[in-house]
Write a protein that binds this ligand. Structure first.
Ligand code: SF4
Length: 444
């Protein structure tokens, strides 16, 4: 039995794509291994969002090449493939830069992997590169999805039309496409039948979903959420990543009326400064963003928010940065992801004047993170003493311990029988830190 090893970088969409690739390889008779040296086929599913992510890939490729040489001394062949956004951005460069990559497929063509593998394994010794933006949807050619445990990802939309000036996604994932409503519902039912209790709907711009229903009518995310809400056995629904300007009244109503919709929403603002938001080509300013937060809170006062932040965007002044800190104080995020601006080749911001010094970026990131971590810690500590329903997803570091997530995506561990893996259990929160909670079982 041939063995394969997959390493995934980056976002949840890549995790989902890697899971679909694994399903295809299993169907071809391959078996997954987590030991690189055992693998006959090594696949890297890549992220191009920041420089560091790309460099990580090339150092992992170098390490894998050494393993390939060791295996060759034992008479074993090893095939190396690269998937994802770095391929779409770098194209043939991947093969040229390494000289030992056998195939490279963009994020929209990995459904062609079985044919390409057959060629690579038997015929050709030239690297096969496929970075087409295909007419056909890969979802129509993938084997049926399978449950990923208590919580499963489900991609409903791909690509983005927003062209934020710092972002590579529109160039690597293409224009926005949405999957038909009935395909999404069918996949959701398969996941629930397979034991999934929570579905996380994925899209680079998930709330601009516009899939067709069975009558060819265009439907939005609110419609889809209401349809998913009807699925028996599905206990929790989440969706990510949203674009503030695409939050409409119907979606806000969903946060009021759909109990299965978790009270946690990731709504990236990136910067609190209107001047910087304009330079980023974001279709909203800070007061429009805060107005959306206020309307969501009116609909559901228990909603907790997270966001993405970029500090040190070209032209960012101290006053711009202060505006970002002010937004954080107004929203009091329960979680957040914050980064220094990273120049991405081919994006408009990369050639903008007034690039901010690395030292200043670093200082601002520290200040911002101190504030964000403080709100996150306070929110977690306010949960101590409460009873929360936890979906346990993995085994903990200690024996007899499981790790799961609360409705607010808080990490929580507790001493629970492993029979409750992929189950929802009521837990009393006993203690909290910035990154996690711990608790005891109340009711199973
Ligand atoms: S909305 Fe998100 S994915 Fe789309 S271009 Fe902007 S940052 Fe990138």
């Amino acid at each position: 039995m041939k063995k394969y090893y997959i390493k995934t970088y980056g976002c949840q969409m890549n995790v989902y794509d890697s899971h679909r690739v694994a399903t295809m390889l299993n169907d071809m008779g391959f078996e997954e291994t987590s030991v690189l040296k055992q693998a006959d086929l090594v696949i890297f599913n890549t992220c191009h969002i920041r420089e560091k992510a790309t460099e990580k890939l090339f150092s992992d490729l170098g390490r894998t090449y050494l393993v390939k040489q060791e295996r060759a001394l034992e008479g074993k062949r090893t095939f190396i493939g690269v998937l994802g956004c770095v391929v779409q951005a770098e194209d043939e460069q991947i093969a040229k830069r390494t000289g030992y990559v056998d195939f490279a497929l963009g994020p929209l063509t990995y459904h062609r992997l079985p044919d390409i593998l057959r060629k690579v394994l038997t015929e050709v010794d030239e690297p096969i590169i496929d970075t087409e933006f295909p007419v056909e949807s890969k979802f129509d050619f993938l084997p049926e999805n399978t449950s990923q445990g208590g919580c499963s990802f489900l991609a409903i939309q791909e690509g983005c039309n927003n062209f934020c000036t710092y972002c590579v996604v529109p160039y690597t994932r293409g224009v926005e496409t949405s999957r038909p409503v009935e395909d999404v519902i069918k996949e959701a039912k398969i996941l629930v039948d397979g034991g999934t209790l929570e579905i996380n709907l994925l899209g680079q711009n998930v709330n601009s979903y516009h899939g067709e229903d069975a009558n060819g009518k265009e439907r939005n995310l609110a419609y889809l959420l209401n349809r998913l809400n009807e699925i028996e056995g599905l206990k929790r629904i989440r969706y990510t990543t949203s674009y503030p300007a695409d939050v409409n009244d119907e979606l806000i109503d969903c946060h009021k009326n759909i109990e299965k919709l978790m009270p946690y929403l990731h709504l990236p603002i990136q910067s609190g400064s209107d001047a910087i938001l304009k330079a980023m080509n974001r279709r909203h300013n800070s007061s429009q963003y805060l107005d959306i937060i206020a309307r969501l809170r009116e609909a559901n006062p228990n909603l907790g928010f997270s966001s993405d932040f970029i500090v040190g965007f070209p032209g960012e002044t101290d006053a711009d940065f202060q505006a970002t800190l002010d937004v954080v104080d107004k929203v009091k995020y329960i979680q957040a992801f914050s980064f220094k601006y990273s120049r991405r080749p081919g994006t408009p911001a990369a050639i903008m004047p007034n690039q901010v010094e690395e030292k200043v970026k670093k200082e601002r990131l520290t200040i911002l993170q101190d504030k964000l971590f403080d709100y996150q810690t306070k929110f977690n500590q306010a949960t101590v003493g409460k009873i929360v329903p936890v979906l346990f997803e993995t085994k903990g570091r200690h024996s007899g311990q499981l790790v799961g997530r609360t409705p607010y995506m808080q990490n929580i561990h507790a001493e629970v029988s492993k029979d409750y893996l992929n189950k929802i259990v009521d837990i009393k929160v006993e203690s909290a830190t910035m990154n996690s909670l711990s608790g005891t079982v109340v009711k199973v």
